[in-house]
Design a protein around this ligand. Sequence first.
Ligand code: SAH
Length: 503
Amino acid sequence: MKGHVTLVGAGPGDPGLLTVKGRQALEKADVVVYDRLVGEEILELIPSEAERIDVGKQSSHHPVPQWQINEILLEKAKEGKNVVRLKGGDCFLFGRGGEELELLAQNGIDFAVIPGVTSALAVPAYAGIPVTHRDFTSSVHVITGHAKAGSALNIDFDALVRHKGTLVFLMSVASTPVILDGLMQAGMSADMPAAMIERGTLPEQRKLVANVGTLAQKMREAGISSPAILIVGSVCSLSNDFDWFDRLPLHGVKVVVTRPKQRAGTLTERLRKLGADVISYPCIETKTIWPNMPVVEALASIDQYHWLILTSPTGVDVLVQLLDAAEMDMRNLAHMKIAVIGAGTAKKLKEHGLRADYVPAVYDSVHLAEGLIRLVQEGERVLMLRAEIGTPELPELLAQACILFDDVPVYQTYYYNERSEELADMLAHGAIDYVTFTSASTVRGFVESLPENTNLTSFTALCIGPSTEKVAKAAGMHTITAANATIDAMLTTLQEEIKNESD
Ligand code: SAH
């Protein structure tokens, strides 16, 4: 097979700013060669079997020199690999993409370029600064503030001042004082608005808006570090009016999401959309119990049962697997009524074309049990397919009401996350504001995955409902709880809490 190299611009930081074409290229890569400024979530799109090569550059020292990166690309393409060269922002804007293509072109390697959203435009946009505006300026200039090693900054300040365009300086944290002085010496007013934006488009974005005469001092006070961009021009004065990112309701709020990976999607996305800095910390892994004689027997005599109880979306997934293993399918359940614990489980069931006959108004095991006690007729038998460590209330209440049931464990739950030490350290430093818990087992998973003696009082636990809250409280956490057990209600509760705190 003939090798191929695709240069892909990963965008400025916000993982949502990777292009559709860029994502498709990553998902098909055999080898990905990537830089320091590419974020973890984009790297997660790389197929697990693909080779990852980190050539991350630190400012002032280059762990992998450019000539060697060029060689790596050539060598991997010659092996017949589909190579993606993933770069921060856009590939050709101070990205050395041109240099990387030279060697490939000389060697007859096929290549393609997928442009990225450049920080030069996206970072100002996230700071509420339109780089051009008909009332202010009609051109924008993108300039490097980085001098070649051993030489002085080579910028024609007179020309820049004469053009009257917006000036965007990349790689300029160290040289900003020299740049601002240069502009003033070339005749720019010290009152000209100027802004510095650090880690733009990311949840930790910081913005300083001042003017050419004062920005250097402000920058020193704030301790700005790379990556950051300097913007000079009257459009910077619009930043306060047009800021939208810093004003997102959860901007600056650090939230840990503990849901298992396959279910974390919506909560994480919605928190990010509200501006939160989300750390994904799935700490529960489930494994179907197999071989499993009790379940084989239950399925073999499925006709005896009148009710099927499912208490989690995982339970639904496992049911589908088990039916298949028994050479059965959903039609074998046609005679049964199905009761589920909540909307998430009902939704999962619907994905398989089945409607739940009963969902309690309050999504917990006590309310599920109360509903069943009302609905299950005398002599009817109930089959519960649950986690090995399901809550005890459900079987206890059914037994008290003399309902005939079989409680069959179908999956096991493990509590584990490889980043637990790192998270414990953040908790110890009070770096986390909230941890979300969508079930009592996520609380147990969180606590058990962390080292013993981890500080569990330095954050607020955002709980989906009362049973989850109870377990969180018992672990010593401060809690707030959603008004009803949905993700919507959790987000509302969180926003209200933050609003109250800032009032
Ligand atoms: N090709 C990249 C730029 C590479 S040069 C692009 O198109 O964006 C690296 C410089 O880009 C950094 O020194 C900084 O000035 C700027 N930069 C990149 N990401 C940034 C971010 N998230 N916030 C602020 N500046 C950023």
